[in-house]
Design a protein around this ligand. Structure first.
Ligand code: FAD
Ligand code: UDP
Length: 391
């Protein structure tokens, strides 16, 4: 009946379904446990008509022209460059920490001295991860490193990850490096935009193909069973011999047989206000005050003209698959121990020829949207493009 079964209709599942249907004329079944496509990128209009991102703010940004052109087949764009402020010592200051932030938070003489030292040491325009800056021995740079660590990273990271910055992979805090410039943008990528009619519309267009069937509100385990001892997959009670592309959590796929992989979850609190704007930037981070990490005001990013405004507060929490308030695994937790366990699951997966793992949860990776689109296009190329099949 189907050539390929895909679990999950986020970017990983949707890109592969789109490629396989449009390029290979394959018949695809996507099994998605939510009521909608788009995975965590899903957006819709709230009861007040404001377009909101249901699973946290999703700002598309990439330097990858190939990915941008691929997605542009399915959407027009509103160009938008993200700016974030942090509430520190009673002031709203730019994030990532940059020379403007420095000037706002420290006395003029000291900030000038540190600015000169930073430019001399690293060069104007460079980006230095906070954990690298912490290795500095020079007294003023060391002072700065400790200051930024304390004011911007330590408490935010404690809320977001439940640990100290040094207890999580350095790549995580390096996503928001100290920026030795006066550029207040959150990202410097060449392409920064939001889908003009929203992510849900983009996904709708990607998946609008007669060869793609969607089974919504269904956990794959309701219809598929995997037997990795005998290397067999059964779907709807019959042996399935095609490829099985899985974009959900890898430990779930193997029934937690090697132990549970840790994730961080989130609670989202949306609030609507009958005024034009709520705050002075799209996102304001709260590294020290309050239990939430950040507040995002959607219409500032979308440019939507609408009466009133809706904001979102994000409250991080531990993931618990048995508690329906905490059972969405938004972020893998990047530590050596967890990566080790992931590798063991991956080794199990490698024993099954039919299985292809793609996605943030299946690969236990901190993929941004552009990364996962690129990765999915690569998977298509490696496993399914005519030339790779002939080989
Ligand atoms: P997902 O979008 O998670 O899709 C996986 C799908 O599989 C889900 O729909 C899920 O319901 C389904 N599924 C899982 N298990 C099963 C099962 N057992 N049966 C059936 N279906 C199942 N990236 C950016 O580039 N910019 C941003 O600003 C940004 N902000 C983010 C903010 C937050 C709070 C989060 C959590 C992520 C953010 N991201 C951002 C990352 C972005 O969400 C991911 O890159 C992208 O969603 C990854 O796509 P995916 O298909 O791997 O996973
Ligand atoms: N971070 C921080 N303070 C900030 C912004 C970021 O400590 O004001 C750290 C924190 O550990 C966070 C990581 O940097 O998880 C990556 O931030 P990013 O904004 O990329 O997180 P995401 O948008 O993926 O949640």
């Amino acid at each position: 009946m189907f050539d390929v079964i895909i679990v999950g209709a986020g970017f990983a599942g949707a890109v592969l379904a789109e490629r396989l249907a449009s390029q290979n004329d394959y018949r695809i079944l996507i099994i998605e446990k939510r009521q909608h496509v788009g995975g965590n990128c899903y957006d819709n209009h709230d009861e007040n008509g404001v377009l909101v991102h249901r699973y946290g703010p999703h700002l598309f940004h990439t330097d990858n022209g190939h990915v941008f052109r691929y997605l542009s087949q399915f959407t027009e764009w509103n160009y938008y460059e993200h700016e974030v402020l942090a509430y520190i010592d009673g002031q709203y200051v730019p994030v990532p920490f940059n020379l403007n932030t420095l000037e706002k938070l420290l006395p003029a003489g000291l900030s000038r001295t540190i600015e000169d030292k930073l430019i001399h040491r690293y060069g104007y325009g460079s980006k230095v991860p906070i954990m690298a800056l912490r290795n500095e021995n020079e007294s003023e740079l060391k002072f700065l490193a400790d200051f930024v660590y304390e004011k911007m990273f330590v408490n935010y990271t404690a809320k977001q990850w439940g640990c100290k910055p040094e207890d999580i992979a350095p790549e995580v805090t390096a996503r928001v490096p100290v920026h030795i410039s006066r550029d207040n943008r959150y990202f410097q990528d060449r392409y920064q935009a939001l889908p003009k009619h929203g992510y849900a519309a983009l996904f709708g267009k990607m998946l609008d193909h007669p060869n793609i069937k969607l089974l919504m509100n269904a956990d794959y385990k309701d219809v598929v069973s995997i037997d990795n001892t005998n290397q067999s997959i059964t779907a709807f009670g019959q042996v399935f011999n095609g490829k099985f592309i899985y974009t959900g959590a890898i430990d779930e796929l193997f029934e937690y047989s090697l132990g549970e992989l840790p994730y961080r979850s989130l609670q989202f609190q949306f609030e609507h206000f009958h005024k034009d704007y709520y705050q002075k930037a799209t996102t304001i981070n709260y590294p020290n005050n309050h239990d939430f990490t950040r507040i995002t005001e959607f219409k500032r990013a979308s440019g939507q003209i609408v009466a009133g405004t809706t904001i979102l507060k994000e409250f991080p929490q531990d993931y618990d698959r048995r508690d329906n308030q905490k059972n969405i695994p938004y972020y893998p937790v990047f530590t050596e121990k967890n990566t080790e366990l992931f590798k063991q699951y991956k080794a199990l997966a490698n024993t099954m020829d039919q299985l292809i793992l793609v996605g943030r949860l299946a690969e236990y990776r901190y993929y941004d949207m552009d990364d996962i689109v690129e990765r999915s296009l690569q998977v298509f190329k490696e496993h399914f493009e005519a030339s790779s099949i002939e080989n």
